[in-house]
Design a protein around this ligand. Structure first.
Ligand SMILES: Nc1ncnc2c1ncn2[C@@H]1O[C@H](COP(=O)(O)OP(=O)(O)O)[C@@H](O)[C@H]1O
Ligand SMILES: [Mg+2]
Length: 330
């Protein structure tokens, strides 16, 4: 079989470093982001927004360099921004404008003529689900509608790459689902590339095929989600009727490492034989196995594995990935 060709990355960075005064926000970031959907994952303060602003040429890196679609991040920001749609984290909308004027205006700022921008504004507002609200003032909008308007502004010039900084922030479940589906659709149906940041694992998992994990300004892992998941040790998840503690001791005494997770247990899967050994353990201690299946690891498992490798004391992503968590170990 012919080897798969590797297309050039859309975004490349080498030894990118950003200092805000004495504060090191990005530390020698090396990156290669290909076409597709990529999630930039990291806790608050990790450097996600800073990295996006460097990529867009909105701020200059202190040292290092990078290219986006062949353009230099440090000197060709205007060209980069003409090809990338950017949905910023902050509220970038004018509350006094109606949605159609706001979106048209973003097109004009990017150099589109008024009639092209107007026509396109109608299309993108429909795409983000705001067809019926397009003549309403933004000040009357919910957070979900404002985020959708920001997305429409980012899409106005039909960019090749869409960068969304925390697109689901502040959204309720319905608006969140719609946002994530729209981003996914932009990749699968539109053929565009999407790079979205989030501190929520699930959001990224719904949209992206690849992740870049950033922690304290450093990239800690980068790659395809399914390939990363395959690095996580295989486990079999079981649940038993009564006697969970007996079952646990029995498994351990038979040399099978086990983790208790509430009502379920996960047993390291050393081979296919592990299944029959689990059944043997159950019959030896007289408990009934209710459920037994291969455990499917997710992004959270990858994250915990990486943090463990880095020697960070993190028990779960709740420790690190949520808004509430501020006290990161230094
Ligand atoms: N304009 C700025 N001036 C000084 N420090 C900043 C500035 N912007 C961000 N930082 C700091 O840089 C670090 C990374 O911030 P940021 O890129 O916003 O992280 P994230 O988007 O992952 O939450 C944080 O410690 C933050 O406080
Ligand atoms: Mg941010």
């Amino acid at each position: 079989m012919a080897p798969e060709s590797t297309p050039l990355p859309l975004i490349e960075a080498r030894a990118l470093r950003k200092l805000y005064g004495p504060h090191l926000a990005l530390e020698d970031v090396n990156l290669a982001i290909p076409h597709g959907a990529t999630g930039l994952l990291g806790p608050n303060g990790a450097g996600k927004s800073t990295l996006f602003k460097c990529i867009l040429g909105l701020i200059k890196a202190t040292s290092g360099d990078g290219h986006v679609l062949g353009h230099d991040m440090r000197t060709e920001g205007h060209l980069i921004r003409s090809k990338i749609g950017y949905m910023p984290e902050y509220d970038s909308l004018d509350p006094g404008l109606n949605a159609i004027d706001q979106v048209r205006y973003s097109g004009e700022l990017l150099g589109m003529n008024s009639s092209a921008a107007t026509q396109r504004a109608h299309e993108v507002l429909e795409y983000v689900g705001l067809k019926d609200q397009r003549y309403r003032k933004i000040e009357t909008f919910s957070t979900g509608m404002k985020q959708a308007t920001k997305l429409a502004c980012a899409l106005i010039h039909d960019p090749e790459i869409l960068i969304c900084d925390e697109p689901t922030n502040g959204l309720d479940q319905r608006a969140r689902n719609f946002m994530l589906q729209t981003l996914r659709r932009t990749v699968t149906d539109g053929g565009r590339s999407v790079i979205m940041s989030s501190h929520v694992m699930d959001d990224v998992q719904e949209v992206c095929d690849r992740i870049v994990m950033i922690h304290k300004g450093k990239i800690v892992v980068e790659g395809k989600i399914d390939e990363l998941v395959s690095q996580v040790e295989s486990e079999i998840e079981i649940s038993v009727w009564g006697g969970a503690s007996e079952m646990e001791s029995q498994l351990v005494s038979m040399g099978m490492p086990v983790r208790r997770l509430g009502r379920n247990m996960r047993v390291s899967k050393s081979s296919e034989e592990t299944y029959s050994k689990i059944m043997e353990a159950a019959s030896l201690c007289g408990v009934q196995v209710r459920k037994m299946s291969d455990y499917e690891p997710d992004l959270e498992d990858i994250f915990l594995l990486i943090m463990d490798r880095l020697g960070e004391e993190v028990k779960g992503t709740d420790d690190l990935m949520t808004d509430e968590h501020r006290g990161l170990p230094v």
